[in-house]
Structure formats: structure tokens, C-alpha cells
Design a protein. Structure first.
Length: 82
């Protein structure tokens, strides 16, 4: 699932932004490093904080938490036969 931020332009219109600002990530409960690991776009130049984007982030994180994770493969230790 691809998550995108929204940016407000003059005249009250909104468009898709380049990424989430640091303030939005902080309020959403994610730091910049983790956002990059999760594949979320981050725009370090933006200073604004929109409540819509914070809600989008929280909703996306809830959906990630609900996904079942595959168990890791455990390497079997093969014993040499004598």
C-alpha cells in the first residue's frame, strides 16, 4: 500500500505532496529513519504540519500493525554422522 501526503495550495486546493514533514511524522509516532525503512516518503524541506497527513500516517501504521508477519526461517543445525 502506497501512502502519500497532501499539500494545500493557494485558493484552498490540495495536491499530492512529495512527502511527510518532520512534524507530521513526530505527531504520527514515527521518526524519519523508521519512515524510510517502511517506505514512506519524507520531505525534509517542508515545515508545515497538516492534520490530514497526521491522520493518514496513523491510519497507515494501524494497517501495518494488523498485517500478519511471516515467521522467520530457522536454520536447522545438521549434525554430521560418524
Amino acid at each position: 500500500m502506497k501512502v502519500q501526503s497532501l499539500v494545500q495550495k493557494k485558493g484552498g486546493r490540495t495536491r499530492i505532496g512529495r512527502g511527510f514533514s518532520r512534524g507530521e511524522l513526530r505527531e504520527g509516532g514515527v521518526d524519519v529513519k523508521r519512515a524510510h525503512k517502511l517506505g514512506m516518503p519524507v520531505d525534509l524541506r517542508r515545515k508545515t504540519k497538516h492534520e490530514e497527513n497526521v491522520e493518514i500516517l496513523k491510519q497507515h501504521l494501524r494497517s501495518l500493525a494488523k498485517k500478519p508477519r511471516r515467521p522467520r526461517k530457522v536454520k536447522s543445525l545438521k549434525r554430521e554422522r560418524a
